[in-house]
Design a protein. Structure first.
Length: 656
């Protein structure tokens, strides 16, 4: 997501002395999917259908091989039975029209063919039910398998991917592929059924007269070409509206989520946000309506051309009968076969167009699976142990949408048994540097090394097993208290180690108040769980970090939501926790950094000071001393308003 400023010459002031707000919209650098979709030809669409059928069957094969085999067998048998039924039609009609009066002998002569025809119809009905049941069984399993593969790919993406707007857009497109994947096998099943019917009927037609089959294929082309073009139009419209659909999702979240609900109300923002929602929705409707009308026009032209072509086929059939090329009995069979062939072609064209559109969404899914949205983790194979020395060497890192590096040419090291504090003003790069040190990010330039091994050469998941992080925004997992601390990775010590970590974090007091102790579900009320306060959740987050047997402990504002007593408990015990770990502490509360062995002061991504608490405090012209003074020299009382204050706030007394 980004804002796009207009050139100064195009900015229209909203009011005297006020420029217009920048427009909120999503920009995906390098996204060329709409151009690629426009370049798709009907020939390429036709080539893709067999590939899509193969992909659907392959997905089905992954989840239930027996059901896929059964489905294929059912479709083959259905086609064979249809051919037998059509051939039997001639055997029924021929004796009955041999003379003007139908005798008992003629009925008996037609009876075997009639029995075959009746049996074929009944068995095909049963096979149709079986095919529908099998596809209904496979569809949800295929969708779930597609979603599992997508989720697995997402967890294999670099953390920096989330800062790239193109990644989020590709995720949305891939997620749409998951949504339509449950329709994939159903559409394939209908195409297989239509194909089986078409092949059987075409074989029967070929036995009636060889000229009928190519004529019928030519008759199906106009409608087929129109169907695939309409599918392409609808897919391109979906791509064109994807950015606004993402915007709708974001606005919806801001309007209804608990975190912002109080501010929506106290700020009376609902009408304003709803107006933005309506504008984005109107843009989607406009694009969708245009695509709908274009697709309808294409389909209308294709249907009209197909109707004329079918009329030619029926004229040709009449001429063949009048010329004595086919018998009247064969005419009846041809009449039924032509109807089946026409229905089969319509089914292949109609469901083929739908399958092609589904396949385009699945391409987005497959592309994401292959490359994790272009950000698949691709690091070295080395397996680290808990690092003794974590070192940054001339490290620079810049977020994709940023104008300047968040961290620039930074060098420092943290050793096991040492606490290093990162301090500085907002936006100085503290959190970014902590993520680089913990191998969550890879530097653009320079190197982060663990025991002299570059983190680019280390297996990412193995590295993260050696890291314990308490971020500023910690997850409130809807799990039990025990699972919230162990994160599903208990140690051999069992609950004893869980309770020890909870005690170190002050979370033991929280657990003692829970209705079922460690077994209590921590979730919002509508999930049947027990909700915690912000400070209680922070203690749980600290406990989960203390529980991990990690060599590197990163604490980013770890006591922001804690009361003074709980905060004191954490910092008095931090030195003991640091005995067998390298500890990185990020905080704005400078009174807490006195415990650190060294303090690194950052400003706009650069290290400007490095030393002990006493050393930095003694540097009277340094940023650390300035921030310390500002934080500790508070005014004793709120000053009375000045004359300038009254001038700037003329409504102060009216509001009081």
């Amino acid at each position: 997501m980004t804002t796009t400023p207009k050139p100064a010459s195009q900015v229209t002031p909203a009011a005297e002395g006020q420029s217009a707000d920048e427009e909120l919209r999503f920009v995906i650098p390098g996204d060329r999917r709409i151009e690629a979709a426009n370049a798709i030809t009907s020939r390429s669409m036709a080539r893709r259908l067999p590939q899509l059928i193969g992909r659907a069957l392959a997905l089905g094969w992954q989840v239930d091989r027996a059901a896929v085999i059964a489905l294929l067998v059912v479709q083959v048998l259905s086609g064979v039975l249809e051919a037998f039924g059509l051939m039997a039609t001639t055997g029924v009609i021929k004796p009955l029209i041999a003379s003007q009066q139908i005798s008992r002998e003629q009925v008996l002569e037609a009876a075997p063919s009639l029995a075959v025809l009746t049996g074929a119809i009944g068995l095909r009905a049963l096979l149709g039910i079986a095919a529908t049941s099998l596809s209904s069984r496979l569809a949800p399993r295929i969708s779930r398998e597609a979603e599992l593969e997508l989720l697995d790919a997402a967890t294999q993406a670099e953390l920096a991917a989330y800062d790239n707007p193109g990644y989020n857009d590709r995720w949305d497109a891939a997620d749409r592929g998951v949504e339509v994947s449950r329709d994939l096998l159903t559409e394939v099943q209908y195409i297989l059924a239509a194909s089986a019917s078409l092949i059987a009927s075409a074989c029967v037609l070929a036995t009636v007269h060889a000229a009928l089959l190519p004529l019928l294929i030519l008759a199906a082309l106009p409608k087929g070409l129109a169907g695939v073009r309409a599918a392409r139009i609808n897919y391109i419209a979906s791509l064109a509206t994807s950015k606004d659909r993402r915007l709708l999702g974001m606005l919806r979240w801001y309007m209804v989520d608990k975190q912002t609900a109080d501010q929506v109300r106290s700020g009376t923002m609902a009408p304003f946000l709803l107006s933005k929602y309506r504008k984005a929705g109107a843009r989607i409707d406009k694009t969708t309506d245009q695509a709908t009308w274009r697709a309808a026009r294409v389909s209308l032209v294709g249907g009209a051309a197909g109707g004329l072509a079918h009329a030619v086929v029926w004229v040709a059939l009449a001429l063949l009968v009048s010329a004595g090329q086919i018998t009247v009995a064969a005419l009846g069979t041809a009449f039924l076969a032509l109807g089946r062939v026409s229905a089969g072609l319509d089914g292949i064209v109609g469901y083929g167009a739908r399958l092609f559109r589904t396949g385009m969404y699945l391409d987005d899914w497959a592309d994401f699976i292959d490359e994790a949205g272009g950000h698949r983790i691709n690091r070295g194979p080395k397996k680290p142990t808990g690092p003794v020395v974590v070192r940054a060497e001339n490290v620079t890192f810049q977020y994709p949408s940023a104008d300047h590096p968040a961290v620039s040419n930074v060098s420092l090291e943290v050793r096991r048994g040492e606490v290093v504090a990162l301090v500085g003003e907002n936006g100085s790069g503290k959190t970014t540097l902590s993520k680089l040190l913990s191998a969550l990010y890879l530097p653009d330039h320079g190197a982060i090394t663990w025991d002299d091994i570059d983190t680019r050469e280390v297996d990412a998941h193995a590295a993260w097993q050696q890291v314990a992080v308490v971020p500023q925004s910690y997850a409130n997992w809807p799990l039990s208290a025990r699972e919230n601390i162990t994160l599903g990775q208990p140690t051999h010590g069992g609950d004893a180690t869980v309770l020890a970590a909870a005690h170190a974090a002050g979370a033991d007091e929280v657990i003692d108040q829970l209705r079922s102790g460690l077994d209590t579900l921590l979730a919002k009320e509508w999930w049947g769980g027990q909700e915690l306060s912000g400070g209680q959740w922070q203690r749980i987050a600290l406990a989960r970090a203390f529980h991990r047997p990690a060599g590197l402990l990163v604490l980013d504002e770890p006591t922001a939501a804690l009361d003074p007593r709980a905060e004191h408990r954490i910092f008095t015990g931090l030195r003991r926790l640091a005995a067998d770990r390298a500890v990185v502490l990020v905080t704005h509360r400078l009174t807490n950094v006195a415990i650190a062995d060294r303090i690194v002061v950052l400003n706009k991504g650069h290290v400007i000071q490095d030393g002990t608490f006493d050393e930095l405090l003694a540097q009277h012209d340094g940023l650390f001393r300035e921030l310390w003074t500002l934080q500790n020299e508070r005014p004793g009382r709120i000053p009375a308003p000045t004359a300038s204050d009254e001038t700037l706030s003329p409504d102060r007394h009216a509001l009081s």
